[in-house]
Ligand binder design. Structure first.
Ligand SMILES: CC(C)(COP(=O)(O)OP(=O)(O)OC[C@H]1O[C@@H](n2cnc3c(N)ncnc32)[C@H](O)[C@@H]1OP(=O)(O)O)[C@@H](O)C(=O)NCCC(=O)NCCS
Length: 141
């Protein structure tokens, strides 16, 4: 029996382990704390026998939902755990009247692409552009 519920700080160590075992970047603790101030109900874990076996981090900016850092314990894959997490997250996006959900997948990650396509997430031609928001150096002359 898999329980899907909101993340709590006692889950943190297990979640970090899942992200690391899936080769995903670990979200810094202060970023998670800030996220939990905004929409904690979109940060979900899957639990089996009191062990965290899956995680997904959703965000909603008022216009689009984003799905980040989905990972399932490598020994528990192909058991519907990720599908269960995404199903619950989609229900929570719907409760916020979120009209569209986006996510990013590396093009060479064929397993993940097949997973997302099985759930109806289709590739778009858009190109991601990104810029770090570091403070520019100011020169006073
Ligand atoms: C991708 C991932 C989250 C899938 O988790 P999962 O719990 O095994 O997925 P599910 O059991 O819910 O799979 C549902 C369906 O998706 C498809 N699917 C899932 N993984 C697949 C794979 N590796 N190859 C092909 N199809 C796959 C299948 O259609 C599957 O149904 P089936 O098992 O009845 O054939 C998991 O493999 C993982 O953690 N990978 C490493 C991290 C990662 O890639 N995250 C996503 C990055 S965008």
């Amino acid at each position: 029996m898999i329980e899907i519920r909101q993340f709590g700080w006692p889950d943190h160590e297990a979640v970090v382990g899942l992200w690391a075992s899936a080769g995903r970047d670990v979200v810094p603790r202060d970023e998670l704390a800030a996220k939990l101030q905004r929409d904690p109900q979109l940060f979900l874990v899957a639990v089996a026998d009191q062990t965290v076996v899956g995680v997904v981090l959703g965000t909603y900016d008022g216009r689009r939902g984003w799905i980040l850092r989905l990972a399932v314990d490598p020994t528990r894959r192909r058991q519907g755990i990720a599908s269960g997490l995404i199903g619950e997250l989609e229900a929570r996006f719907a409760a916020l009247d979120c009209p569209r959900v986006n996510l990013l997948v590396l093009p060479e990650d064929t397993g993940a692409l097949r997973f997302w396509q099985a759930l109806g997430y289709l590739p778009c031609p858009d190109v991601l552009c990104s810029k770090p928001m570091t403070t520019p150096e100011i020169r006073i002359t």
